[in-house]
Design a binder for this molecule. Structure first.
Ligand SMILES: Cc1ncc(COP(=O)(O)O)c(C=O)c1O
Length: 464
């Protein structure tokens, strides 16, 4: 006899209703087709909405962005009736853009289940399916064997740190890169190398820094390794883990090579220091599912954290780092909708032509980078420099990369209809987390808006 729960998944009637709902939603969103200015009659109410939001959260939003709930692919409708091209996607959450029909259907199915949030004590079947799926995908090119869910990247990182410290107890120090970002909890703010994110917080002095790869310095690998060696000499047997982003995210979107990482990782292995790759931002974006695959360093990693695109946080770990019962738990494991949509997006990535050197992600990357380089070589001469990144993570340095220049560029870019964000400190860069669903003509449109914005700003700067 089949389960009543299975009827929810297999019932023809329910399946038809889900299809109908998704089709109706798609029809509703069909008229969204490109960048559009705000509707005059909505401007006043939108202004009030902005002010109210700022009042209740205590500070204004970064951009005048409040979504209406409608969107299509890279385009999103805001509550003032304007349509923007969203090339930051909630800082990397919406890998397939807005209102993707398959994501909508998976979300509806998740919403039909008996509980909204699943717990670690009483999970549903999705919990088992999702952890199996993640481990199967992660273990293809690594020794990772287990997955533990968390509700965000920060909590996945907290769990990773606890696992590393417990296994290597009593070692407590963490080695991480200069300009690293690890999240917003007290401890992850400490791992993050940005004083602006921890003003007024006490310092715990548990993080040691090594420099990241510098492509302009042939000795950069050696310098990083030497810095690590000096830390170990001072903190012998007290370094629990090396926590690193395969490409610095908030730190500036400058990719590093395999040759840079390998000697550092070999050194960690030789000294029993846990190797923890924070893939919260890189996961699903670099052309392979994991950046450790793109960089071919999978056999080194002991712990890997992911979040954002999978709609949940997760810590993946080897048998050796499987913690003792009691170390990681928590009420929530994640929402049922997150589990359904996260699994659906993984299936789309793996089963359609997105991954690999000839996959769509790499194709999107190449089109963006060559388009940006082209602007730098022609109309925007010298104002669109160092375009690089990995896969769907793309950045360039506008003008001279000064904070006020980039802030103004991003504000103007938003006004012109494209949403991006900054990263890095010196220089500050404009970064894009491009959705995998973007079409070629939409890439051309994005490049045109970037060009227009650079030229406008150039003109006003030259006038003043
Ligand atoms: C590399 C990295 N680690 C951790 C985090 C924190 O993730 P969350 O914001 O989901 O807590 C982020 C978020 O941007 C990140 O980029």
């Amino acid at each position: 006899m089949s389960l009543i729960g299975d009827q929810l998944l297999k019932s023809d009637k329910i399946n038809q209703l889900i299809k109908d709902l998704a089709n109706e939603t798609e029809k509703n969103n069909a008229s969204i087709s490109g960048i559009k200015e705000a509707t005059s009659s909505l401007k006043e109410s939108y202004k009030q909405l902005m002010e109210n939001t700022a009042k209740f959260r205590g500070r204004p939003l970064q951009y005048p962005y409040i979504g209406s709930g409608a969107g299509k692919g890279p385009f999103v409708e805001l509550a003032d009736g304007s349509v923007k091209m969203d090339l930051i996607n909630g800082i990397g959450i919406h890998l397939f853009g807005h209102s993707h029909p398959r994501v909508i259907k998976a979300g509806i199915r998740g919403a039909l289940m008996d509980v909204v949030m699943q717990g670690n004590l009483e999970p549903n079947r999705e919990y088992a399916q999702f952890s199996q799926k993640l481990v199967e995908l992660a273990s293809k090119k690594s020794r990772l064997k287990h997955a533990w869910f968390a509700t965000c990247g920060t909590m996945a990182n907290e769990n990773a740190l606890k696992m590393a410290r417990q296994k290597n107890s009593p070692a407590k120090m963490i080695v991480s890169f200069k300009n690293a970002f690890a999240g917003r909890s007290t401890m992850m703010a400490e791992v993050t190398d940005n004083p602006a994110y921890k003003q007024g917080l006490p310092e715990y002095h548990e993080v040691l820094r090594i420099p990241f790869y510098d492509r302009k310095d042939p000795a950069s690998g050696e310098k990083s390794l030497n810095a690590f060696k000096e830390h170990l000499a001072k903190h012998e047997k007290n370094i629990s883990c090396f926590a690193f982003e395969p490409m610095l995210g908030e730190g500036g979107y400058m990719p590093a090579t395999r040759e840079f990482f390998v000697p550092i990782l070999e050194f960690c292995k030789a000294n029993h220091i846990a190797i923890w790759a924070d893939e919260v931002q890189t996961f699903a974006r670099t052309g392979e599912l994991f950046a450790f695959e793109t960089l071919d360093i999978g056999n080194y990693v002991d712990i890997v954290t992911i979040a954002k695109t999978v709609q949940l946080g997760a810590t993946l770990y080897t048998d050796e780092y499987n913690p003792k019962p009691g170390l990681v738990a928590g009420t929530f494991s994640g929402s049922t909708v997150s589990m359904h949509t996260g699994m659906e997006m993984l299936d789309m990535l793996v089963n359609e032509n997105y991954l690999g050197p000839k996959g769509r992600i790499q194709d999107i990357h190449n089109q963006f980078i060559s388009g940006l380089n082209q602007l730098n070589a022609t109309s925007c001469s010298g104002k669109v420099t160092d375009a690089c990144g990995m896969g769907l993570m793309i950045a360039f340095t506008p003008f001279e990369g000064k904070k006020e220049q980039v802030d103004l560029f991003l504000k103007n870019l938003f006004d012109n209809g494209v949403i991006a964000f900054s990263c890095g400190k010196d220089p500050v860069r404009a970064r894009f987390l491009v959705p995998a669903c973007i079409k070629d003509e939409e890439i051309s449109l994005a490049l045109k808006v970037i060009e227009k914005t650079i030229l406008q700003q150039n003109l006003t700067t030259n006038k003043t």
